[in-house]
Ligand binder design. Sequence first.
Ligand SMILES: Cc1cc2nc3c(=O)[nH]c(=O)nc-3n(C[C@H](O)[C@H](O)[C@H](O)COP(=O)(O)O)c2cc1C
Length: 246
Amino acid sequence: MPYQTDLPGAAALPTMYAHRSIRKYTGEPLTQAQVEAILEAGRAASSSSFMQCVHIIRVTDAALRAALCEVAAGQKYVREAAEFWVFCIDYAKHKQQVPDAQVDWTEALILGSVDAGIMAQNCMLAAESLGLGGVYIGSLRNDTARAIGLLGLPEYTFPLFGMCLGHPAQDPLYRPRLPRALMVSENRYRRADEAALAEYDQLLADYYRERSGLDLNWRKAIANTFGKAVRPHILPDLQAQGLAKR
Ligand SMILES: Cc1cc2nc3c(=O)[nH]c(=O)nc-3n(C[C@H](O)[C@H](O)[C@H](O)COP(=O)(O)O)c2cc1C
């Protein structure tokens, strides 16, 4: 655990501080009670303007899992995890209720994406508090059109990310986060200190070398992710679903 506190009553903190993404699972299924407890934690999350514009698809069909695994660059834990859930933005029911609701603004997309992230993290934390582990699957957005077809997502919905859950069969190293001084400032934005950035690069380089023998640091990771067009199909796919048109 990277951080510890003896604050009284802070029951959730050790679970939060111990977080690591889990990508290997024992194969043991979750009980119905576990699944329900995790879903209820998601349902309890805050929701912007109380719009509740998130839909979770629990993928139990093996063939569908295999197809979604292909969409997600073949990451095999999508097939192997006890549970695989897809978190979708969902304004379809809002349009049912109010047919002329203007859900095609970019703000509506941000609202729904933020809500989905908050709901999903409630689920992840609930799972971790039960001794389970998981990992988010953003690479489901590699081919959103195919994911939409596979999941039967109607107009005004969109798949944002997946989540694998299961019993951990690994205990990975903690991935060092940016130091607090680079993440938090007081009253106004503070430009990152170059020396602190370089120090963090070194810390991550050591982490990647130890964990997987990779020659990687934060700067290289940023260049890898954002040094090219980033899933350029997303905007047209969103618009085809009736979202992010203005
Ligand atoms: C929205 C989101 C999408 C992610 N997508 C993937 C993914 O497709 N595949 C994967 O292996 N990890 C994925 N991750 C996990 C991140 O790589 C991981 O959280 C990060 O490297 C920090 O490591 P940690 O969670 O072990 O602390 C995703 C995380 C988030 C929040």
